[in-house]
Structure formats: C-alpha cells, structure tokens
Design a binder for this molecule. Structure first.
Ligand code: UD1
Length: 309
C-alpha cells in the first residue's frame, strides 16, 4: 500500500513509517518538525518521502493525500498540561488538523484513516479498566480535542463511507520519545534522568498509575487497524492491560539501571487524570492485537537504546 503518515518524523509516527518501509510499503511523511526530527527517520531516509508541512495547511494535506491508500494520522501536540496552557493552539493542530486529514482523504479517495486517539478521552471516571463502551468525559483540552477528532472520524465514516479507525493509545513509551521538555512523557524524562544520575520529580504522591505500552505494540495495532475488515467507525484501546504506578516505575528503573534515585514530590498537575488502565479485549478480538513486549521488557529495551545513544 501507499501510506501517508502525518507526524511521521515524530516519536510514534517514525516507528510506524519505519515498519511500513520494512514491510514493503511506499511511505510519505508530513511533519512540520516542531517536535519531530529528520534523524528519527535516519534508518529509512532513502525510502521515505519527507515533506515538511503543517497539518493545519489544508491545501498541503490535500496534495499529500493524493494516491494514498491509508493515512496514519499521528500529527498532534501531545502534552496534556501544554493544552491547558495553550488550548487555542492545541485545538488548531489537534482538531483542525484532523478535519484537514479527513477532508483530504475524502476528496482524494483514500480508503482508510487510522487515527492516534488517546486514553485522555476517558477523563476522571473512576471505573477501571477503561472499556470503549464507557461514556468519555475528558478533563483537559487535549482530551476534548482527541474526542472531538474521534467523533469527526466516525461521522466521516457514516456520511461519506470513508473507512476510519480510532486507536485510543494509553501511555506509549520507547526510543525517540523526546525527553527534553517538561511536557515530555514521564518515562522519557525519568530514563534520561536516571542515566544522567539526576533527580526525578513526581507530581503528586506517585500512587497515580498508567497503562504504559511499548511503541512496537502500538505499531502492531496500527498495522492491524489499517488492514482488517469490518472495523470502520470503531475505536480501540491500545495498552497492555497492566497498571504501573509512578512509584513502581521509579523502582523498576532503579533495578534496570542499577541506580537509586530519590524522587522529589511536587503538587499534581492541572488537567492530569489520576488513574488509567486499559481493557484491551476489543482490540484482541477485532484486531488480533496482542502486546508482545511487556512493560519491563520495553523499559529494558529503552534503557539499552538510550545508553547506546
Ligand atoms: C500521556 C501522553 C499523551 C497520551 C496519554 C494517553 C505525553 C507527553 N503525553 O499523557 O499524549 O495521549 O498519555 O494516556 O506523552 N509526571 C511526573 N513527573 C514528570 C512528568 C510526568 O510525575 O516529570 C506524571 C504526571 O503528572 C502524570 C504521569 O506522570 O501523573 C503521566 O504524565 P505524562 O507522561 O505527561 O502522560 P499523560 O498526561 O498521562
């Protein structure tokens, strides 16, 4: 197939692009390089058409969707606290960007759009694990934007017969997740600090938990979502189905790296949810998804990768 990966020079998008190339597909990447990097595609640079463009630019997105069979829509501003501080900007990228992708797909006759949605759509509902049939109730601009996008996907599927699949990622981690900003994912920050022998900060008591999922599993889910029949308009949780508290994360990283780091505690962040755990039975059933790499194995691989540089 010929695929367009928006955000394809970013963390998750570059892993999808790389797997697509390695399995014989033609890949075009749209990325504005605001968070993504050319270096993330270094391993497949000769086989990927990288176009530096902004997903808010409807005409460019339309042009790049031409002749594509599938679009993997990963371009987004991914930080919950950043969305609390800059909601107009994140809405522009995260919602208008999705609409541009859907309109381009419809006009250009793209068969299917696979969307990087988020567990943030569930919000603070205390029921765990999260199942896709629960009523979403996001508590951050970011969660609202991902939910709005997901509704647009389902509507475009009904209105225009465009095939759409929404993958509700839980907390994805792995190589190439940029640790350099306070808005970065917690594992990327913690791993780089552990290896540098620097302290880590936990916002809250550290008993909040997440369903951390290694990026290769997320790529598996994307490939299945792009190719399986009978799933258009559907949403799927993509996690491991295992909870890890931040305190446990610190302990596991201490074990893997052989370094003891004492965390500092600060007040919880605005917009954060406390607990998040996926029920992945729908993805297992309908996508034949199975998280092949568990959290411990994923963390060990990540530490190894960061050590190698
Ligand atoms: C993450 C993703 C988001 C995704 C969502 C799905 C990032 C930046 N965010 O949001 O894109 O859609 O999962 O569930 O990848 N924390 C600390 N210390 C730190 C950093 C974070 O204690 O230095 C805490 C946070 O307060 C929070 C937890 O770690 O309780 C997770 O934070 P974060 O990694 O930013 O992820 P989410 O907000 O869950």
């Amino acid at each position: 197939m010929r695929a367009l990966v928006t955000g394809g020079a970013g963390f998750i998008g570059s892993h999808i692009a790389e797997r697509l190339v390695r399995t014989g597909h033609a890949v075009r990447v749209l990325d504005d390089l605001s968070a993504g990097k050319r270096a993330n595609l270094a391993a497949v640079a000769g086989d990927v058409e990288l176009v530096v463009a902004d997903v808010r630019d409807a005409a460019r997105v339309d042009e790049l969707a031409r002749d594509c069979d599938v679009i993997f829509h990963e371009a987004a501003i991914v930080s919950v606290p950043y969305s609390v501080e800059h909601p107009i900007q994140t809405n522009g990228v995260n919602v208008i960007g999705t609409l541009n992708v859907l309109e381009a797909a419809r006009k250009q006759g793209v068969r299917r759009v696979v969307f990087a949605c988020s567990a943030a759509v569930y919000g603070e509902d205390p029921a765990q694990p999260k199942t896709e049939s629960m009523l979403p109730s996001p508590v951050s601009p970011y969660g609202v934007e991902k939910l709005a996008s997901e509704h647009y996907l389902a509507a475009w599927s009904r209105l225009f017969g465009l095939e759409t699949v929404s993958l509700r990622y839980f907390n994805v981690f792995g190589p190439r997740q940029d640790p350099s900003s306070p808005y970065s994912g917690v594992i990327s920050i913690f791993v780089s600090r552990f290896l540098a022998g620097q302290p880590v900060t936990i916002f809250g008591d550290g008993e909040q938990y997440r369903d951390f999922v290694y990026v290769d599993n997320v790529v598996d889910a994307n490939l299945a979502a792009a190719t399986r029949d009978g799933i258009s308009g559907r949403a799927f949780n993509v996690g491991c189905g295992r909870r890890t508290t931040l305190n446990q994360l610190v302990a596991i990283l201490g074990h893997i790296t052989g370094r003891a780091v004492l965390p500092r505690h600060e007040a919880p962040r605005a917009g954060d949810i406390r607990e998040s755990l996926a029920d992945i039975s729908r993805a297992r059933r309908e996508l034949a998804y199975e998280p092949r790499i568990d959290v411990d194995e994923g963390l060990a691989r990540l530490v190894e990768d960061v050590r190698r540089g």
